[in-house]
Each structure stands twice: as structure tokens, then as C-alpha cells.
Design a protein around this ligand. Structure first.
Ligand SMILES: Cc1ncc(COP(=O)(O)O)c(C=O)c1O
Length: 362
């Protein structure tokens, strides 16, 4: 049976290898995973307790409208519940956006080396991908604005971007939004929002408040440490949310995830601890990479793109043989780089020491 046009050109998504798989394949026991930008501290204990309590009632379907989580999120974000849509991870929200708004042959704009799911959504919807070049590893919003035609329906912006860790600024975003026609939808994917410390990071909520066709996506997978729960959300004007809710599966967010996410919002200290750990780990990794003479891209997220004079896949394979899982990123156009998630101090040290070993053996 032939799939619909475009599907056969999709390469299956390659996530970071799970620890269990590496254990099974290599017979190793002492493994660290710095491959999927997960929170090394794990989830908040409040989230864990709430999740465990909710497990007792999994015979019941979840609240398909996630009333309580939406209320908590509305307060947290500073919007109304009507401005929120929940997803099975923010990935699902991106997919719902595509399914709701993209018809075959529409044009979808995203940047080269941007988060891979934009390409997947565009292909699955039969859209024409318009891929703009990056400038210094960063989305070039001028090039993206120039790429708009009367067929453009949707523009994806990852801010910060994965795997480069770079961000577009307030000023660049303002100029860009002045050029985007009212009927073009702009997605600001802010999966790493809580990690960004820069003052020139754009606040995109005002675009939603002004009634622009803007959808902001955020997630509980990163700083909240709930990646395995699969829960994320979108923020948009009620008209867009109401339309997307027609496409969303009725019970797309499970009850355990809803309870855990709600509790996670209350644990502000866990978020702060995670931010501090990330900031200090980043400094340590920058210094270590500098000492090793390796190039890297300064990151606003919880991961760093590191460059080598040789294949990143080979480096990642050699690290994995020694129990350190990182992410090769050739698929993003960086054949000689890897992406490493910032871990706990002992994990960062193990990564650096193992990398030194691997490079001395190469
Ligand atoms: C830029 C970006 N957006 C979205 C996601 C999706 O995250 P989730 O579906 O777990 O919310 C990720 C995950 O790696 C990401 O890096």
C-alpha cells in the first residue's frame, strides 16, 4: 500500500538512545544519557507524588478538557484558560496546528537546522517546505520574512532553537512580526523558555493578546523534568484554540500527566534549582571545551552544540562505547558536531573526561 505523497521521503525520527537499549546492546551498566535535553535533576518530588496519587484512578478517562491543569497554567502564564490547548508533549500541539491549518501545497517556512518536527509536520500535511538559511547558527528572521509569499500559511520559529541553542532577539522578532501578514500563522516554539536568561529574549505573549495569528508552544518535558509523561501546551487566541480543539483527540493528555504537571507548576524552587544547575554546568562545559580547543555554539538552552575536526557520529559512537550517550546531529546539517545535554556536575565531568579519552585514542 502506497503512503500519501511526501510520506516516503520522511526519515524516521531518531531520538536519543534510551539507556536500557545501550545497556542491552553493549552490556554496559554504568551509563549516562546526555542526549535528549532532559532535566538531570528529574521531576519535582511534588509532581511525582501527585502523579503517583493519580495512578490509582487510571481506570477512569482523564478530563479531556484538563480543567484544573488549564486553570493552574492560565494563572502561571497570565492568560485565560480559553487561551490554552494541551498536547501529548508540545510535539503534539505542533502536529495539531499542522492538521488544523495546513492544506496540501500550502507553503510552510522554517529555518535550516531547526527542530526536525517542523519538517515532519510540513511533509505529513503535504505542504511545500520553504527552508531559509541560518545566520551564525541562528534563525535569520529577515530571510524568513523575505521568503513569505501569498501561499505562505505557517512559519515555525524555535526560540531557542534545538540543536543550535541560539535565540532570536526581541528587536529581530519585532521587525519580523511587522512584516508578517495578518493571515499567516506564526509558531513560536519555546520548549526551552524557562532556561533563557537573556534580557533581549522576546516576550511573545503580547502578540497573542493583540489577537495576532500566533501560537506559542511550551512544554513540561524540559525544565519540569516530565518528558516521559508527554505533556506540553500551546497558547493562542481563543478562536485558534477552539478550532484546534476540533482536531485534538478527546483524551490526548493522560490523567497522571495532568496531575503531575499541575503539581510541577507549584514547585518553583525545583525550577530555580534546575536553572542554577544548568547555568553552572554550562560555564564548566564552556571552560572545558575551551581548554580542549573545541569549538561550540553558545547556548540559551540546556544543551550545547560542539564541533570537531572529524565525524560527530564517530565521536558519539566512541562515547557510547564508554557509556556516555550524546546526540550526533548530521541530520541537522552538522556532520562534524554533536549535541550534549548539560547534566549534573558529575555527569558533565564524566562527559569531558570520556571525550578527552576518546579524542586521544582517535
Ligand atoms: C525545540 C523543541 N520543540 C519541541 C520539542 C518537543 O518536546 P515535547 O514534545 O517533549 O514537549 C523539543 C524536544 O526536544 C524541542 O527541542
Amino acid at each position: 500500500m502506497k503512503a500519501k505523497p511526501g510520506i516516503e521521503t520522511i526519515q524516521p525520527y531518531q531520538g536519543g538512545k534510551p539507556i536500557e537499549e545501550v545497556q542491552r546492546e553493549l552490556g554496559l551498566t554504568d551509563i549516562i544519557k546526555l542526549a535528549s535535553n532532559e532535566n538531570p535533576l528529574g521531576p519535582s518530588s511534588l509532581a511525582l507524588e501527585a502523579g503517583l496519587e493519580a495512578v490509582a484512578q487510571v481506570n477512569l478517562y482523564p478530563d479531556g478538557n484538563a480543567y484544573y491543569l488549564k486553570q493552574a497554567l492560565a494563572e502561571h502564564v497570565g492568560v485565560a484558560s480559553e487561551n490554552l490547548i494541551l498536547g501529548n508533549g508540545s510535539n503534539e500541539v505542533l502536529q495539531i496546528v499542522g492538521e488544523t491549518y495546513i492544506s496540501p501545497h500550502d507553503e510552510v517556512i522554517y529555518s535550516e537546522s531547526a527542530f526536525v518536527v517542523y519538517m515532519l509536520v510540513a511533509k505529513v500535511c503535504g505542504a511545500k517546505s520553504i527552508v531559509t538559511p541560518m545566520r551564525r547558527y541562528t534563525h535569520d528572521l529577515e530571510a524568513m520574512a523575505d521568503a513569505i509569499t501569498d501561499k505562505t500559511r505557517l512559519i515555525f520559529i524555535a526560540n531557542p532553537n534545538n540543536p543550535t541553542g541560539t535565540m532570536v532577539t526581541k528587536e529581530q522578532t519585532k521587525r519580523f512580526m511587522e512584516q508578517v501578514p495578518e493571515d499567516v500563522l506564526v509558531i513560536f516554539d519555546e520548549a526551552y523558555y524557562e532556561y533563557v536568561g537573556r534580557l533581549d529574549y522576546p516576550q511573545t505573549l503580547p502578540y497573542v493578546e493583540e489577537g495576532r495569528n500566533v501560537i506559542i508552544t511550551r512544554t513540561f518535558s524540559k525544565i519540569y523534568g516530565l518528558a516521559g509523561m508527554r505533556i506540553g501546551y500551546g497558547i493562542a487566541k481563543p478562536e485558534l484554540i477552539e478550532t484546534m480543539n476540533r482536531v485534538r483527540q478527546p483524551f490526548n493528555c493522560n490523567s497522571v500527566a495532568q496531575a503531575a504537571a499541575r503539581a510541577a507548576l507549584k514547585d518553583v524552587e525545583h525550577v530555580h534549582r534546575s536553572q542554577r544547575l544548568n547555568a553552572s554546568g554550562k560555564v564548566y562545559l564552556y571552560e572545558s571545551l575551551d581548554q580542549m580547543g573545541l569549538g561550540y555554539v553558545e547556548s540559551e538552552g540546556n544543551f550545547i552544540l560542539v564541533h570537531f575536526d572529524q565525524s560527530g557520529q564517530e565521536i558519539a559512537d566512541a562515547l557510547m562505547q564508554k557509556g556516555v550517550i550524546v546526540r550526533p546531529v548530521a541530520g541537522y546539517g552538522f556532520p562534524n558536531s554533536i549535541r550534549v545535554t548539560i547534566g549534573k556536575p558529575e555527569e558533565n565531568e564524566r562527559f569531558v573526561n570520556t571525550l578527552k579519552e576518546v579524542m586521544s585514542e582517535a
